[in-house]
Design a protein around this ligand. Structure first.
Ligand code: PGA
Length: 259
């Protein structure tokens, strides 16, 4: 894992957007793995700015979202499809025929989950996956204890996740209890991963994920197995880390020729 500590949320968002934009520019037909939640909103805002001001072109890109609540239709303002449309899709020139969000209203959930994994493969695999982290160390809706090699599946939400997500609903009783989520194994197959976190409410989870042992009890710690993960966090989220980390991604060495 490469860990980058930035002074604030704005700087995290700008670096993450720059890394995603690099993937899009180097491979216009790229497959983006996208995330919902409060954390990536600033990254999406910056990508929209790059689209509007710098001509960042999403026209050939495709996308797969990490997860969706079971039972919410696209039009529900707390569905993740709605979130993605509101925060990114409708502001850029991505082709909506090429975006994928697990279907929370699928009639046959098990076969939908299998289809989702197969579809990611058919589109060529995820070129870059963006992740947040739950206060309990989850990635997507892979709650503590999820099998490390799990594929896309349905899951019940952890009590902490229900409590954390109540802020988006009228009351705790309105928070869905089930979700569809890419598995940890699905996520680990992405070619590149960036995980973002800000605020001190994420500091314990980040310390466990980055400096703790790899364990299914901290799903984000499994990113230590991944060969190309960048963790981009603010000072508050980094406050429980013991080691000191860089403030910019390392640059690859350039070979010098002897004269
Ligand atoms: P948040 O959620 O970005 O809203 O903090 C992150 C997560 O639970 O994965």
């Amino acid at each position: 894992m490469e860990v980058i500590v930035k002074p604030d949320y704005d700087q995290i968002s700008k670096l993450a957007a720059r890394m995603i934009a690099d993937v899009i520019r180097n491979k216009p037909r790229c497959v983006l793995g996208l995330a919902t939640g409060g954390t990536p909103v600033g990254t999406y805002k910056e990508l929209i700015r790059m689209h509007e001001e710098e001509g960042l072109d999403f026209s050939q890109a495709s996308s797969f979202n990490l997860d969706e609540y079971v039972g919410l239709e696209h039009a529900h303002d707390q569905s993740y499809w709605y979130f993605m449309n509101d925060n990114l899709f409708k502001h850029v020139n991505i082709n909506l025929a090429n975006v994928h969000v697990p279907d929370g209203k699928a009639l046959d959930i098990e076969s939908h989950c299998r289809w989702y994994d197969e579809e990611i493969r058919k589109w060529g695999g995820l070129d870059i996956q963006i992740l947040g982290i739950g206060g309990n160390g989850h990635i997507a809706f892979n709650e503590p204890g999820t099998a490390i090699w799990s594929r896309t599946h349905w899951t019940s939400l952890d009590e902490r996740t229900i409590a954390d997500n109540t802020r988006f609903f009228k009351s705790v009783n309105d928070v869905p209890r089930y979700a569809l989520t890419m598995g940890i194994g699905t996520i680990l197959e992405a070619r590149k991963i960036i995980m973002l976190a800000n605020k001190d409410s994420k500091a314990d989870a980040i310390a466990a994920a980055v400096e703790g042992a790899v364990t299914a009890m901290v799903p984000a710690s499994t990113l230590q197995f991944h060969p190309d993960t960048t963790v981009i966090i603010d000072k508050a989220a980094a406050s429980k880390l013991k080691r000191t980390y860089r403030t910019e991604p390392a640059k690859a060495p350039v070979a010098k020729r002897k004269r």
